[in-house]
Write a protein that binds this ligand. Structure first.
Ligand code: ZN
Length: 447
C-alpha cells in the first residue's frame, strides 16, 4: 500500500465532500427512483400511498416527501411474513436476497431486515467509509467485539476487512479471552458497547494490565448505547484506555452503522447519499427545521430489498447541517435518547442520558448507576442509585446531597431519592450491554 493511498483523507472524497446543493440533487434523484420502485414492487407501499392519495410523481422536490405516510416498528411487525416470507414491505423476490439480520425483539416481536447482494455490498462500503473516517488504515489491527448472532452490526467487520485492516472476529467473547487477545495480538482498534468498554478497562486494571501502556488500543468505537455521545462518559473511557473514542449509530432496520463521528466528535455524520433524515414533532408529526429536537425519521435511498420510506426511528435528536471542520458536507445527527426511555417529571422531559452525564462527571463515585422510575401520589418520580469510591471519606448523606444538587442543576428536577452503595454494590456490571433503568410504571401494566 503506497503512502498516497494510506494518507488520503476520505474514503470516497467525491461523495463525502459534495456541496450541499449537489448532494440534495442526488438525494432527490434517488428519492424519486426509490419511491417509484417501492410503489411498484412492495404491496404495502402500493396500498398505503393509494390510501393517502399520493403517487411517486408527487415528489418534485425533497420537501414533497412530507406528503407521504410514516411507517414504524409496528408496520414491520404487521407486514412481515404476510403474503410471502419477506412480507409486504419487501420489494424484491426472495431469490434476490442474500442476507437477513433480525432485531433483538427487546421491544416486541423481532423484526428482520433483508439485503440483496447490491444492498449488502453498499452497506459494507458505507461501513468502510466510517472506519476510514475515524482513522482506520490498512496497517491497523482491528477487533470486532460485537454480537455475530443475527445482529446487523456483526457483518460490519467486512467493511473493515474491505478497507484492508487486519480483522479479528472477536464477537462476544468472555472478557478474559478478549483481554488475552488485546494483550497478545496488540490490536490498535476495538469496537464494543460503551458500558463494556468501561467494564473491560476496569477488569484489565484489576488483573494487572494497564490499558494505556500494556495494550496498543488507540481508538475505540462504541455503539448500541448512548455513552459515546455523552461527553463525560466518553472522556472517562478515553482516560481509562488512553485512546480516542468514537460513537457510531445504527438501526437493525437499516444498517449496522448509519452514522458515525469524525475527528471533530461533534455529532455523527449520516450517509446522506443513502439515507434521508427528517426531524418531526413527536406528537403531530410536523416537520421541524434543522437544529430542532424531535423524532428522527429515516428514508433509505438505496436499499432495494426492503425500502424504508419515512421510518420513525423512535430516537429523539436533532440534525446539524452546518459545515464540519473535517470537510465532510453530510449533515450530522445528535441523539438525545430513545422515545421509549424518556420520562416526564413535573413537566420536564428527562432522558437517562442526562442523568448519566451528571453521574459520570462527579468525583468520588464510581460512575455506575441505576435509575428507578415510579409513580407516587399519581405523579412520576425518579430515584438514582450510585456507588461511592472505596477511598471516599464523605458520608453517604453528603454524597447523596451532592448528586441530588447536580441533577437538579442539569435536568431541572431533583430525584425523589439518591441511594448510595459501596464500590461494587450495584449489580449493573454486565458483559457487553448493561440495563440501568427500572421502570416500575411499566411493570405494573405488563406483568
Ligand atoms: Zn466531520
Amino acid at each position: 500500500m503506497s503512502n498516497a493511498v494510506t494518507e488520503k483523507k476520505y474514503w470516497n472524497e467525491e461523495i463525502e465532500t459534495l456541496d450541499r446543493k449537489a448532494l440534495e440533487e442526488l438525494q432527490l434523484e434517488r428519492l424519486q427512483e426509490m419511491v417509484k420502485f417501492a410503489y411498484e414492487n412492495a404491496p404495502y407501499y402500493k396500498r398505503s400511498f393509494d390510501e393517502a392519495g399520493v403517487k411517486p410523481e408527487d415528489i418534485r422536490e425533497l420537501s414533497d416527501l412530507a406528503k407521504f405516510p410514516f411507517i414504524n416498528k409496528q408496520t414491520e411487525r404487521d407486514t412481515q411474513g404476510v403474503g410471502s416470507f419477506l412480507g409486504e414491505l419487501a420489494a424484491v423476490p426472495e431469490e434476490d436476497v442474500v442476507f437477513i439480520s433480525t432485531s433483538t425483539g427487546s421491544t416486541g416481536v423481532p423484526t428482520m431486515s433483508p439485503f440483496t447482494k447490491a444492498d449488502f455490498d453498499e452497506f459494507q462500503d458505507t461501513e468502510s467509509r466510517w472506519f476510514w473516517q475515524i482513522g482506520m488504515r490498512p496497517n491497523d489491527r482491528y477487533v470486532h467485539a460485537l454480537n455475530f448472532s443475527l445482529y446487523v452490526g456483526g457483518p460490519d467487520v467486512i467493511g473493515a476487512q474491505n478497507l484492508g485492516a487486519l480483522c479479528i472476529w472477536g464477537g462476544t467473547l468472555p472478557s478474559e479471552r478478549l483481554l488475552y487477545i488485546l494483550k497478545t495480538y496488540q490490536p490498535t482498534i476495538l469496537w464494543t458497547s460503551p458500558s463494556y468498554a468501561w467494564q473491560l478497562g476496569e477488569k484489565a486494571k484489576k488483573s494487572g494490565i494497564d490499558p494505556k501502556t500494556d495494550l496498543a488500543i488507540k481508538k475505540i468505537i462504541v455503539a448500541g448505547e448512548l455513552g459515546g455521545s455523552i461527553g463525560a462518559t466518553r472522556k472517562a473511557i478515553e482516560d481509562l484506555w488512553g485512546a480516542e473514542l468514537y460513537d457510531f449509530y445504527g438501526l437493525s432496520d437499516i444498517y449496522g452503522a448509519c452514522a458515525a463521528m469524525c475527528e471533530a466528535k461533534d455529532g455523527l455524520h449520516i450517509c446522506e447519499d443513502q439515507i434521508l433524515v427528517e426531524t418531526v414533532d413527536l406528537h403531530t408529526g410536523e416537520i421541524l427545521p434543522p437544529g430542532s429536537v424531535g423524532e428522527l425519521v429515516f428514508t433509505t435511498l438505496r436499499k432495494k430489498a426492503r425500502p424504508m420510506i419515512r421510518f420513525r426511528t423512535g430516537d429523539i435528536g436533532w440534525i446539524d447541517n452546518t459545515p464540519c471542520s473535517c470537510g465532510r458536507t453530510h449533515g450530522r445527527i445528535h441523539i438525545n435518547g430513545r422515545k421509549d426511555d424518556m420520562f416526564i417529571v413535573s413537566a420536564v422531559n428527562v432522558f437517562p442520558s442526562d442523568i448519566e452525564a451528571v453521574i459520570r462527571d462527579l468525583d468520588g463515585i464510581t460512575g455506575e448507576y441505576l435509575i428507578r422510575i415510579f409513580e407516587k401520589d399519581y405523579t412520576c418520580k425518579y430515584a438514582v442509585e450510585i456507588e461511592k469510591n472505596a477511598g471516599n471519606s464523605k458520608t453517604d448523606e453528603e454524597i447523596a446531597a451532592e448528586v441530588s444538587t447536580a441533577l437538579k442543576a442539569r435536568i431541572g428536577v431533583k430525584p425523589n431519592q439518591v441511594v448510595v452503595h459501596p464500590d461494587g454494590g450495584l449489580n449493573t456490571r454486565s458483559e457487553h450491554k448493561s440495563r440501568r433503568i427500572i421502570d416500575e410504571r411499566k411493570l405494573n401494566y405488563s406483568i
